[in-house]
Design a protein around this ligand. Structure first.
Ligand code: FUB
Length: 469
């Protein structure tokens, strides 16, 4: 761990497919009759997800509930990462988090003295295990029959220890436990640019074989904070690249590598350390991470945040935008937008383009959560979030509509916001006026969605929709 000064952020990779030409000018909107009531805001877990300084989130799902084990920054001195205990949170909906207090303290290890740093966790054999770095030189393991308390040291000695064990690297910290589908468990760890992995025995409290170096080919080098997850048979090793650093990732066909660099998941945060974990919950992937997000925060008083994590069809990971809205169980019902003049067709996304089609399969490609407008949450302003791609919205790009991941920018918000008005062809239906181009309305043209001026009867029909279930 090195302490650097405040990081800058690098610009996110554009995820949109077409060049964007819209201006960022916000405009006063002309009064349009017949505004239809907009669904109330969803229950959202705003970032930070908890109101206590905490860091190094290690997210795990046990018994259909998400648990986060964290470094307890609230109890450190504020001048170093010198807390002596960890913290546990859990949630069933990722909106409401329960603080379970400290699962373990450095004092629980008779052989350790200080620095409760980034934890990891695993469940197996009817036990829960915490992997806990201390003293910047050792990793211990604590065991309990519950995920939130009753942990004790089953070994009476460190699991990994610099000086005792070969090839630990200078700073054996930041453990990440991973149990593969075949039952073989691994412990990844390492700081100071030395990624390491070692097999764990089935008892999860002892190692098997030599500590190995993790090899990553290409891209940005490992600094610290490694994490392993597996998806569709691919092993994803993700890590911080420095101080400040991005969260980058590399993939392999074996848990031991060698790994090939693939790209950046998360840009540098507004503090010197970047630390994350990745977990799937109820069919959706999430990334938990840390940043300065509360008054009084900083390098040593960090806050926990969470965002959606999405993959492309080829298995690559989309760069994550750091948002203030975070994640949550959507309280907004899924709705479809039925074309007024082609009543068998509904607005859907396909390969990130947006069009009206009949017989949409899967149905979720045509389902939207009509949220308060990203650029204006006032009455009548809406945005359309994809049901099967949370965090992706309808936005216009060169006047064409596309499905694009929210990058948190004001430009994105303006392009993805519409004013819902009485239907231009029939006032019992609805139309949607562009927020930043108010002379243009959401319409289909050759079945593709655009924002266009409307002047003819056909234009008005093309720009009119009905909500459907
Ligand atoms: O919390 C102490 C250290 O800060 C962790 O071990 C690093 O990953 C960094 O987040």
């Amino acid at each position: 761990m090195r302490l650097a000064k405040h990081p800058g952020t690098t610009p996110p990779t554009p995820t949109r497919r077409r060049r964007h030409a819209a201006s960022a000018i916000a405009v006063c909107l002309a009064a349009v009759a017949g505004v239809v009531a907009v669904q109330a805001a969803p229950a959202q877990a705003a970032n930070p997800i908890v109101t206590r300084f905490a860091a190094d989130p290690s997210a795990h799902v046990f018994n259909n509930r998400m648990y986060i084990y964290a470094t307890d920054d609230e109890s450190n001195s504020g001048t170093y990462w010198d807390s002596n205990s960890w913290r546990t949170y859990s949630s069933a909906d990722l909106v409401n988090w329960t603080d379970h207090g400290a699962p373990f303290s450095v004092s629980g290890f008779s052989w350790a003295t200080q620095y409760a740093w980034a934890p990891s966790a695993a469940a197996r054999n009817g036990y829960h295990y915490l992997y806990l770095p201390v003293d910047r030189t050792k990793i211990g393991v604590a065991r309990s029959t519950t995920p939130t308390g009753g942990f004790s040291d089953p070994r009476g000695s460190a699991l990994i220890e610099r000086g005792r064990d070969a090839n630990t690297g200078e700073e054996p910290i930041d453990p990440a436990a991973f149990v593969d589908d075949d039952g073989q468990a691994y412990l990844y760890f390492g700081g100071a640019r030395a990624p390491r992995v070692v097999r764990l025995n089935a008892d999860m409290i002892s190692t098997s074989g030599a500590i190995q170096s993790v090899t990553i080919t290409g891209g940005s080098a490992f600094a610290e904070a490694g994490f392993m997850h597996k998806r569709n048979g691919t092993y994803y090793f993700s890590y911080s690249t420095g101080w400040p650093g991005q969260i980058a990732y590399a993939t392999a066909t074996s848990p031991l590598g060698p790994f090939t660099y693939r790209g950046v998941i998360l840009d540098a945060v507004n503090i010197s350390t970047n630390h994350h974990s990745i977990a799937a919950y109820n069919g959706q992937w999430y990334i938990a991470y840390q940043r300065n997000a509360r008054p009084g925060g900083g390098d040593f008083k960090r806050s926990l945040a969470m965002e959606y994590l999405t993959y492309n069809a080829d298995g690559t990971i989309n760069r994550v935008a750091q948002t203030s809205t975070g994640v949550g169980s959507p309280a907004i019902p899924a709705r479809r937008l039925q074309s007024y003049n082609f009543t068998d067709r509904y607005v859907r996304h396909v390969n990130y383009d947006v069009r009206i089609d009949a017989n949409v399969n899967p149905l979720t490609d045509s389902q939207w959560r009509v949220t308060p407008g990203l650029a204006n949450t006032g009455s009548g302003y809406v945005s359309f979030e994809s049901v099967n791609f949370p965090g992706y919205y309808l936005r216009h790009v060169n006047y064409d509509l596309a499905l694009v991941q929210n990058d948190g920018s004001a430009q994105f918000a303006a392009d993805a916001t519409f004013r819902q008005v009485a239907g231009l062809a029939n006032s019992s239906a609805v139309s949607f006026q562009s927020y930043n181009f108010p002379t243009r309305y959401l319409r289909h043209s050759d079945y593709l969605l655009r924002i266009d001026p409307v002047s003819t009867t056909t234009d008005r029909a093309d720009a009119t929709y009905r909500f459907a279930g």
